[in-house]
Design a protein around this ligand. Structure first.
Ligand code: NAP
Length: 247
């Protein structure tokens, strides 16, 4: 049955807030065990755990900086000890450090690349090694329309998100025969804290650029992720699924 994830183990980065939290909840509601990762906001992670006591047997939230290969390796060692393998990886952790390129300091470039793209690489590497044991897996990388359309002030973010698409298309070829699929989901403007710094004027202007004239909901992104993560999506790999109101 599509969307039955009972007994499946899902690793989700950026699981404590925004889109990642909605993806985590959607998987939990369909019976999965969720091994979530957050960066530094323990309060948000604790609040998530406290909000859903009914999922406490199947929800773990670990502090782990995805841009730190040692921390990721340690976490995957723990995951392997406890679960042996995983079925699904969602690379959702992401940050923005917007600045016009001419004014951008190197740290803002590097941080965004290290978390958004470096994190995707490291998480994929450890997940693939576990998935190969069972010759099954689903990897979904959360990219952005900025990868293809561009956006002034987001050369770092756009490059990292385009990099995720390149990684996806190459990795899918490496693992296709092992029944592991690798895809991207590309959300447009979605109401989360990531874009909470936009002024009311900017929100109004950006909504005008969306044919549906509204921002998307986190649940609308989660639904697409669950589809690509389902067993039924077995012949979809290397694709980018846009969830953007027709942008
Ligand atoms: P968000 O609300 O800002 O949440 C970001 C999540 O990522 C948080 O759980 C955060 O944990 C985690 N995170 C950040 N840095 C991390 C690190 N170094 N290691 C581990 N986890 C880290 O963001 P969102 O809007 O849900 O975005 C999720 C993804 O969707 C991102 O990849 C973003 O680029 C993409 N996206 C979003 C939009 C949008 O309009 N919202 C549009 C297109 C694409 P802490 O809170 O602990 O730091």
């Amino acid at each position: 049955m599509m969307n039955d994830f009972s007994d499946q183990k899902v690793v989700i980065s950026g699981a404590s807030r925004g889109i990642g939290k909605a993806i985590s909840l959607a998987f939990l509601q369909q019976g999965a065990t969720v091994i979530g990762i957050y960066g530094s906001n323990k309060e948000a992670a604790d609040a998530f755990m406290a909000e859903y006591p009914k999922f406490k047997e199947r929800l773990q939230l670990h502090q782990c900086d995805v841009s730190n290969p040692d921390q990721v390796e340690q976490l995957f060692n723990k995951i392997e000890d406890e679960f042996d393998t995983i079925d699904i990886l969602i690379n959702n952790a992401g940050i923005r450090r917007d600045k016009l390129l001419a004014l951008m300091d190197h740290d803002s470039w590097q941080q965004v690349m290290d978390i958004n793209l470096g994190g995707t690489f490291t998480m994929c590497k450890h997940s693939v090694l576990l998935m190969l044991k069972q010759k099954y897996g689903r990897i979904i990388n959360i990219t952005s329309p900025v990868a293809q359309l561009g956006f002034a002030g987001q050369t770092n973010y756009g490059a990292s998100k385009a990099g995720q698409i390149g990684l996806t298309r190459s990795l899918c070829k490496e693992v296709a025969r092992k029944k592991i699929t690798v895809n991207c989901v590309s959300p447009g403007f979605i109401d989360t804290e990531l874009i909470a710094d936009l002024s009311p004027e900017q929100v109004k202007a950006y909504k005008k650029t969306v044919p549906m004239r509204r921002f998307g909901k986190v649940e609308e992104v989660a639904a697409a992720v669950l589809f690509l993560a389902s067993k039924e999506a077995a012949y979809i790999s290397g694709s980018v699924l846009d969830i953007n109101g027709g942008l």
